[in-house]
Design a protein around this ligand. Structure first.
Ligand SMILES: [Mg+2]
Length: 188
C-alpha cells in the first residue's frame, strides 16, 4: 500500500468529518481523490497540520476533525503530540501516514525508517488511544471503530507519490471555504 491507497480508504471512511491535511503530495492526492469544502489543505507550513487540527477541534467541539499528517512532518513538530494529548479533545483523530520518507521532496528516508517509532512517541506523549494499521483492507474498519475521543492512528505504507495535478486553489480560498463549511455545518 502506498499513501495514495491509504488516503482513498480514509476518504471512503468519511461521513462528515473535517480534514486538515499535511502539505505537499498528501494534500494533492487528497484533492484529486475527493475535493470537499471541508478539506483544509496545508500549502505552506511543514509540520503544522496537527497543530492546526488541534486548534480547529478545540474551537469547534461539535465537529469531528481528522488530521492527515506524515511521518516527516510530525517529526518536525513532535511537541504537537504532547499538546494534543494533554488537551485531549474528544473530537480529534490524528492519522499519520508513515511511509518512512519525505515523499514531497524525493523520498529521502526519515528516521522512522531507522530507530524512531511515532506510535511509541505518541504513547509517551500521553495518547491513550493508539491504533496501528498496516493493511489497506483494515483502514475503513479501523477508523470506524474509533468513536469519540482523541486518537492517534498510524498507517504504515510504502514510499511513493501518485502522479496528480497541483491544487488550483489559493490559500485564502481554501481557508475561506473551510471556515464557511464549518459555519454552515448542520449536525445530523
Ligand atoms: Mg512521509
Amino acid at each position: 500500500m502506498k499513501r495514495y491507497d491509504a488516503i482513498k480508504k480514509i476518504v471512503e471512511s468519511l461521513s462528515n468529518e473535517f480534514i486538515v491535511c499535511n502539505l505537499g503530495a498528501p494534500s494533492r492526492e487528497l484533492y484529486n481523490i475527493s475535493d470537499r469544502d471541508s478539506n483544509f489543505y496545508m500549502l505552506g507550513s511543514m509540520g503544522l497540520a496537527s497543530s492546526i487540527a488541534l486548534g480547529v477541534a478545540l474551537a469547534q467541539p461539535k465537529q469531528t476533525v481528522w488530521c492527515i499528517d506524515g511521518d516527516g512532518s510530525l517529526l518536525m513538530n513532535l511537541g504537537s503530540l504532547s499538546t494534543i494529548a494533554n488537551n485531549s479533545p474528544h473530537n480529534l483523530t490524528l492519522i499519520v501516514i508513515d511511509n518512512s520518507s519525505y515523499g514531497s521532496t524525493g523520498d529521502q528516508k526519515t528516521y522512522t525508517s531507522g530507530k524512531s517509532k511515532l506510535e511509541v512517541i505518541a504513547k509517551g506523549a500521553g495518547f491513550e488511544s493508539i491504533t496501528i494499521i498496516d493493511k489497506e483492507n483494515e483502514i475503513i474498519q479501523g477508523l470506524k471503530n474509533l468513536g469519540a475521543g482523541c486518537h492517534f492512528v498510524l498507517i504504515k505504507t510504502q514510499p511513493g507519490n501518485a502522479y496528480v495535478s497541483i491544487i488550483p486553489l489559493l490559500p485564502e480560498e481554501i481557508k475561506t471555504r473551510f471556515c464557511k463549511a464549518m459555519l454552515n455545518f448542520r449536525h445530523p
